[in-house]
Design a protein around this ligand. Sequence first.
Ligand code: 4AD
Ligand code: MG
Length: 441
Amino acid sequence: MSTGSKWIGWRTSSVVEALASNSGNRLRLLGWVTTRASMGSVVFLRLRDGTAQIQLAVKQGIASPAALDAVKMATQESAIAVEGLLREDARAPGGKELSVTELTIVAGAEKWPITKSAIKSASFLYDLRHLSIRGRKASATMRVRSTLVNSTFEFFRKKDFWLISAPTLVQAAVEGGATLFSLDYFGKIAHLSQSAQFYEEAAIAALEKVFIFQPAFRAEKSKTPKHLTEFWMIEAEQAFATQEDNMTLQEDLVAYIAQQVAENRSADLLTLGRKYSPPETPFPRISYDEVIEMAESHKIGFEWGEDVPTEAERLVSLSFEKPFFITKYPLSARSFYHMAEDEDDTNRQVTLSADLIAPEGYGEIATGGQRIHDYDALRNRILKQNLDPESLKWYLDLRKYGMPPHSGFGIGLERTTRWICGLKHIRMTSLFPRTLTRIYP
Ligand code: 4AD
Ligand code: MG
C-alpha cells in the first residue's frame, strides 16, 4: 500500500480556486467523486474537495488510456486525483468544467449506502452521520459555522478581550440543578459544566475582559428543534460594565459575525437556499411585560414570573426581521446570581438581564446580565433561593476582594448557526449532534 506521499504538493489548486481561474489553465485537483453520469462516450463526474464542487468531463480522445480505464472504477465517494484543462461551460455548476487528461484512483469506495430510495427517515441519515456529513448542505453549514467561530475570535481580539479556558468537570450548578449531568469523580459527585460563567467572573479580576469558547452540557429532557445535550458556547464577561454595555457588546458581536458570513460564505448560503441580510445595530428591545401582551394576542397566556414559553417566544420572534432583546426578566425566571433593578422591590423583582432572540421563529440565541457583585447581597440571594452558600463558597469569596460591577453573556454557537443558515433543526449545525435520543456515532 502506498503511503500517499506522492500527492503532497501535487495539486495545483483547490476547487474554489479552480472555479475562479482562467479557462485554458492546466490544473491538478484532488477530491472525492460526489456524482457520476455517462452520456454516450463521455463520463461526467462531480468532484468535491473541502472548498466546493466542480464538473469533470472524461472524454475519449482527450483523456489518456489510463484515465479512461481508471474512470470505470471512479465510484461515488472514491478519492481521486485528476489533471486537465479548465474550460468555460455555461451548463456546468460554477460555469467551468475540467476536461480531464489524467485520472487516478487514490482510494476507491464501496457502494454508497445513502441513496434516495434508502433514505426513509432523518434518523437513517443521522445513524450514518459519519458519512452523510459529506452532503453539500452539511458541508456548507459546517463552513458557515467555522466562519462564525473565526469571526467571533477576530471580534474579541479587536476589542481587547483575552481568550481563557476553564474546566468542564465542575461541582457548581450555574444554571440550576435540573439539567446537570453528574458523574462519579473518585467518590465525589462532579458535573459536566453548564456554563463557564463563574470561572470567567474569577478571571475578570485578573484580565478585566475575557471570553471563552468551549462545550456546555445540559441534560435537557426536551425534544425540540433548538436543544442539544452538548453544545458549544461563546461567553464573554467584562469588569466595570453594566447590562447596557453588555447588550451593546452582544449586538456588535452578532452584527459583525453575521456580516462576515454574508461577505465570505455567500456560495454556501446559496447552497442552503438561505436569503438573509446581516442585521444592523441597534437591535430592538422589548420588555418581558410586552412579551406577555404579544403572547396574549397569539392566545398564549402565562403568569408574570414564569419563563417565556418556547412557543410564545417563537411566535413573537416571527414578527421581527432582525434579532431583538427581551429585557426586564423577573427574578423568578432567572438564576440566583442575577442583579435586580431594585433589590428592595420584593413585589415584582425584575433583573438587569436580557435574552437575545433571533427573528423568524428561531428564538433565543443568547442570555446575559449584570451579576450581583456585593458579598452580602449575593449571600442573601443564595439563602433566599434555598441554595447552600457552602457549595458556592469560592464564587462568593470573589465578592470579598474587590469585585466591581460586571456583566456578561453566553451565546450558543449551534443556535446562532441554525438561524444564520435558516435550518429546521439544531442537529443540522453539529457534525455529530448529541440529543436526548442520540449519542451515536
Ligand atoms: O441561557 P443560558 O442557559 O445562559 C447561561 O448559561 C449563562 N450562564 C451564560 C452567561 O451569561 N455567561 O445559555 C446561553 C446560551 C443560550 O442562549 C443558547 O443559545 C445556548 O446557550 N443554549 C443551548 N444551545 C443548545 N442546546 C441547549 N440545550 C442549550 N442551552 C443553552
Ligand atoms: Mg437563556
